[in-house]
Each structure stands twice: as C-alpha cells, then as structure tokens.
Design a protein around this ligand. Structure first.
Ligand SMILES: Cc1ncc(COP(=O)(O)O)c(C=O)c1O
Length: 418
C-alpha cells in the first residue's frame, strides 16, 4: 500500500466538520497532485530530495501574474499609476532580474546598497524609487548622484541634506499620515498612528519642509507614505482614512504630480482571511483621489512575493514533552522571522501527507531561542523523521530578513520559471 494519501483521502481524516473543504491555502498553482504538494509544475518533495532542506522556493510567474492583477485593477478603476516592487520583501537576484526583464514594475529601494542591487539586476535609474529611513549625510550624497531616480526623503534633515547637495532639483517627501494600517489591526505592523513613529514628516512640520524646499529651490513633485503592512479587505475603510489624511498635505503642495501610497497590500495567512479584493482596493484609491490630476504610485512587496514562495524544511524529531507533541524542523525562525517577530500565523504543511490520524503538533526550529516556534498545536497528519514540511507564505520577508544566528543560516534558494 502506498504510504501517501490523495488530498481527498487526507481530508477524510480531518475533523468531519470541515471534511468537504479544501485547505484554505490551496489554489491552482499550489495544491496536491496524487498526494504530493506542487508549486506550479514543481514537485516539492522531489526538489527537496535533489537539493536538500532548508530551501526557499519562489515561483516567478505568480509574481508577474500578481503585478498584472494590480495593473488591471487600477486600469479598471481609471487610476493613472505605476508600480515599484519593494525589493526589501525578497531581493533574490534571479527574481529581480526576471522582474526587471518583464517591464511591469520598477523597484522601491530603501538603502544605497539596495539601490546598487536593483541597478545590478537590470532596473534602470528612472524606474527606481528610493524611500529610506534614518539616512546619513553620506547616504544622501550617494543617492543624489542619480538624477533620474525618484528620491523621497523621510525627514526634514534628509531633505535639508539633499537641498545642500542638489539645489534646484525635483524631489519627493515622505509624510506621516498619522493613521496606521496593518494585518488584522496588528500594531507591530503599523508605520504610523497612535504613537509617534520615525517614518515621514508630520503635518505640523510640513511648513518647515516647505521652507527648506524654498531655501534650496527644491520642487516637491511627489508625496509618499506607507502606513503599514498586510492589510486585507477588512482594513480598506482604514486605507480610505489614510488616503484622506494625505490630502491635507497635497493641498499645500501645488507641484505634486505623483502620490506614492506605499505598499502594505496583504495576503491571507489563515483560514479566516479572505484574499484582497483588488477591484475594491482600486476603487478606494480612485475615490480618494478623484478630480486630482495625479499619478498614483504603489510599492507592494508582500502581496507580490509572500504567497509566491515557500520554505522547504525537514522533520528532525518528534517527541512529547508534558502533554505537547513537539515536531522539530531543520529550519529556525532566523530563516523566516515574521511569525516570531510579528506574531503572524505560519502554516506548516505536509509535503506528502501520511495516512493516519491527524494530531496537533507544536512545530519548532533548530535555533537556541525560546521564541523559535513555527506553530502551536497545529493539526497535521502523522509525520516521520526526515519528512519534508513546507512552510507556505515564505516568499516575502523570509530570505531577505534571514540571519545566521547559531550559524544556522545555511539555506538554498530556488526560483521557478514555470
Ligand atoms: C516605504 C515602504 N514601501 C513599501 C514597503 C513594502 O511593504 P509591503 O511588503 O507590506 O507591501 C515597505 C515595507 O516596509 C516600506 O517601508
């Protein structure tokens, strides 16, 4: 008898109440074929057997598909726009080179080194937007050498530095709308609102920004803000509030041609999340800026890459401690920090589910930190040592944020082109 299950057999062993449901995360290009998990055309078990674990896998055509979806939604709502991909979400060179060759987006960068990386992957200067934070004078000097790049200083100090080095130039400013937004209201993912944050110039300091611009003959042609990460439909009302708040700035900036609303578009993380309705999202933007002759720039990261990628891991051990069934993996939180840092749900999935009764497992990594937990009491089919466990939603802020803590940073990266 085969030691694997078809999806239906596997589902029949889940609780009867949801036995008719597909797992919430399945979709055309991420699903079981004959009981084996596939991402696009790739059989993930075979890939893991060939090159080992831990391994990041990202499917580039899905990223392109999602770029097209954003373009279509904004076109449909009549919003003149451009997209910059926030490369901080995943800066894998092969992915960036692929995206640059598609011509569907520019690159949003936040440090001089990210800027050089975007250049090296084929993004031309005119398709790069730079919005960083806590910039040094040396950073600003480096950025200002590139006259075609869109630079949005996020503080009065960076604006002044830029004015001194590059008087007479066009520039953007990052503002702080004083309203935040984030996945399921998670405070840790909000970049403005409640407490003062380091991101951007508040409305009460705008007169000083205008004064600096006058002093150095700078023309403020862009307004930029990024209010937080991971929003879905339930947060779109809050997005409308953020966009509305930006209008108090626009009114005082007669030369603004482009409004960059940042990234923050989210993907589902658990069964109760619904995927973002892009048409609804685009209509919120269209409504907010109707009647204004502006180009809307968006710089999504997560939305494009997070659910386009997975992290393949292997089971190292299974052991009960007190009443908890622990499942050890050969990958620690240092390879995908968001669940531990931001308390975002993580979904470990059996790559080839075994037959048998599903149980709740607490999945942990191989790093000596108490927070190194992937999921607590997570229902899974019975695993064995060496089984490949796929962590879905690992395409964004996993590879790019990884560390070598405990010298456990060795990991491979695979980019799928079909
Ligand atoms: C300025 C800026 N733009 C865009 C992004 C991308 O955000 P997300 O990946 O949530 O779309 C970030 C994320 O931190 C950001 O700081």
């Amino acid at each position: 008898m085969s030691d694997t299950l078809t999806l239906n057999e596997q589902k029949n062993q889940e609780t009867s109440s949801d036995s008719d449901d597909e797992p919430w995360w399945t979709r055309d290009d991420l699903t079981y074929h004959n009981g084996r998990l596939q991402l696009g055309e790739c059989d993930l078990q075979s890939l893991a057997a060939r090159i080992g674990t831990p391994t990041y896998v990202i499917r580039a055509p899905r990223v392109v598909e999602k770029l097209k979806q954003i373009h279509a939604a904004l076109d449909g709502a009549g919003v003149r726009h451009r997209i910059y991909y926030a490369i901080k979400a995943n800066r894998t060179s092969q992915l960036l080179t692929y995206l640059a060759s598609q011509g569907l987006c520019g690159a949003d960068v936040c440090s001089p080194e990210e800027m050089r990386h975007a250049f090296s992957c084929g993004f031309p200067e005119k398709n790069i937007s730079f919005t960083g934070t806590s910039l040094s004078a040396a950073d600003v000097a480096t950025i200002s050498k590139f006259e075609e790049l869109s630079f949005n200083p996020d503080s009065l100090s960076a604006l002044r530095q830029f004015g001194k080095i590059a008087p007479g130039r066009e520039v953007g400013i990052r503002i702080n709308p004083d309203i935040g937004i984030g996945y399921s209201g998670n405070d840790m993912l909000q970049y403005s609102g409640n407490e003062a944050t380091k991101f951007g110039i508040y409305l009460d300091r705008l007169p000083e920004a205008l004064e600096i611009a006058r002093e150095y003959d700078l023309k403020i042609v862009r307004l930029h803000f990024h209010a937080g990460c991971g929003y879905l439909d339930r947060e779109l009302g809050q997005l409308a509030n953020v966009l509305k708040a930006s209008k108090a700035f626009i009114e005082q900036l007669p030369d603004v041609q482009e409004i960059n609303i940042g990234g923050g578009l989210g993907v589902p993380h658990c069964s109760s999340d619904k995927k973002l309705d892009l048409d609804l999202w685009a209509s919120v933007i269209a409504d907010a800026f109707s009647g204004l002759d502006l180009t809307v720039a968006v710089e999504p990261g997560d939305f494009l890459v997070k659910d386009s990628g997975v992290l393949l891991t292997s089971v190292t051990y299974q052991e009960r401690r007190k009443n908890v069934e622990f499942l050890g993996l050969d990958a620690g939180f240092n390879l995908a920090m968001e669940p531990a840092f931001y308390d975002l749900p993580c979904e470990p999935v059996a790559t080839i589910p075994r037959p048998g009764e599903w149980k709740n497992y607490t999945l942990v990594g191989n790093v000596n930190e108490a927070l190194d937990k992937w999921a607590i009491d997570h229902p899974m089919p019975p695993p064995e040592e060496g089984d490949v466990i796929t962590l879905i939603n690992a395409g964004g802020y996993a590879a790019s944020m990884r560390s070598n803590h405990c010298l456990r940073g060795d990991v491979r990266e695979v980019i799928l082109l079909d």
